[in-house]
Write a protein that binds this ligand. Structure first.
Ligand code: NAP
Ligand code: MG
Length: 404
């Protein structure tokens, strides 16, 4: 068989620990034999980040902006223990945070659904994709502990020197607490554009929910920005394609989600998205089956797995012990990126290959061959638990059948 040719390189961001091991296996077994893989390689492994003073992360993000599509391996976000372990000169920032800030993107997380790994909510038949706004609110909030009686105020001083605005937060009689949050019209607009664009691209309805009945200025601003964009830029296309943009109060949304079949995107403010994405991913069965894509309003895409570097498995691997690490989300990061590259460069064979590889993954699991994390939760009988490499080789076998 001739290998599938590519025209534009994918930006490849390598990473750390067990996912770095899986990364190479996926390339060697599932991609390189079939694709004349063109990538521009950036090593975001912690050692290279230290060596380059984290410049490599920024270079990779700039390459993402140049070529449009990237695929990223999970990376370590250093904490105090990692600074010691890797002898770091600085506690480098989260690469995901750096890339997201440079691309101005929104992260969409969606579960991969297979028979035998059943969601805890029996009505859920299709994925629910969470879009979390990743700027501001309580994450950039300022807080104060109030020691005793006194007045707390919210004050704005216009840069042009015009009259300041001030409102009383509360007249305290005794001790208490206050908090102030902010957000930016630009950031909310980017978030909304990414959500509408991604909905159109994936052909899914878009839901958005806040608490605008209580937060009549703050949350209401989010609602208005989404609604204005919808009316001025998206309504026509959504209606032509029979798609829906649906705004509802967050408590109503939560109730409807539980009763729904899934199959839509749920856009959420920063805190709501933080909380709900953990609920949704757990309810769908496994973090190892969760994909993640960063979509920028300028049309850049970065695909990755939602899980981390699976450190515990890596230390077993280093000791020569057998591991059974699930590679599904990392494989889907590659297929997501390859399909997108195929679409942008008009290489249908590349997109078709991505679809077949995804099918091979699903067929493998549904035939009872899976990694330990899934074997623990599956409803299938006669399951074979495979080690990390054997699972990838089982997928390869299915893939070869599908490619015939
Ligand atoms: P993790 O790597 O997601 O793993 C946590 C646990 O979840 C694992 O120990 C394992 O459970 C299970 N698990 C996750 N992915 C799995 C897979 N593919 N196959 C099988 N089991 C899987 O989270 P962590 O251990 O908290 O974080 C490790 C490192 O990842 C940290 O340095 C963190 O900074 C980084 N991280 C990176 C990203 C990213 O790059 N996007 C995201 C999150 C975390 P068992 O041990 O019970 O088998
Ligand atoms: Mg969370």
């Amino acid at each position: 068989m001739d290998k599938i040719r590519m025209t534009t390189p994918l930006v490849e961001m390598d990473g750390d620990e067990m996912t770095r091991i899986i990364w190479k296996m996926i390339k060697d077994e599932l991609l390189l034999p079939y694709i004349d893989l063109k990538t521009e390689y950036y090593d975001l492994g912690l050692e290279m980040r230290e060596k380059t003073k984290d410049e490599v992360t920024k270079e990779a993000a700039r390459a993402n902006m140049k070529y449009g599509v990237a695929v990223k391996c999970a990376t370590i976000t250093p904490n105090a223990a990692r600074v010691k372990e890797y002898d770091l000169t600085e506690m480098w920032k989260s690469p995901n945070g750096t890339i997201r800030a440079m691309l101005d993107g929104t992260v969409f997380r969606a579960p991969i659904i297979v028979k035998g790994i059943d969601p805890y909510v029996p009505t859920w038949k299709k994925p629910i994709t969470i879009a979390r706004h990743a700027y501001g609110d309580v994450y950039k909030g300022v807080e104060m502990q109030i020691p005793g009686a006194g007045r707390a105020v919210l004050r704005y001083e216009p840069a042009d020197g015009s009259e300041a605005k001030e409102i009383t937060i509360h007249e305290f009689d005794g001790p208490g607490i206050v908090q102030a949050q902010h957000n930016l019209d630009d950031s909310i607009t980017s978030f909304a554009v990414s959500c509408f664009e991604y909905a159109l691209e994936t052909g899914q309805d878009l839901w958005f929910s806040t608490k605008d009945t209580i937060s009549k200025k703050y949350d209401h601003r989010f609602k208005d920005i989404f609604q204005d964009l919808y009316e001025t830029r998206y309504r026509k296309t959504f209606e032509e394609r029979g798609m829906e943009y649906f705004y509802t109060l967050i408590d109503d949304a939560v109730a409807r989600i539980i009763r729904s079949e899934g199959g839509f995107i749920w856009a959420l403010k920063n805190y709501d998205g933080d909380v709900m994405s953990d609920m949704i991913s757990t309810a769908f069965g496994s973090l190892a089956m969760m994909t993640s894509v960063l979509v920028s309003p300028h049309g850049y895409y970065e695909y990755e797995a939602a899980h981390g570097t699976v450190q515990r498995h890596y230390y077993k691997y280093l000791k020569g012990e057998e591991t059974s690490t699930n590679s599904v989300a990392t494989i889907f990061a590659w297929t997501g990126a390859l399909r997108k590259r195929g679409e942008l460069d008009n290489i249908p064979e590349l997109s078709a290959f991505a679809g077949k590889l995804e099918q091979a993954v699903i067929d493998t699991i549904e035939s009872g061959k899976m990694t330990g994390d899934l074997a623990l939760i599956t409803s299938l009988k006669d399951v074979t638990k495979l080690n990390t490499l054997d699972f990838i080789l089982a997928i390869k076998e299915k893939l070869e059948e599908l490619l015939k």
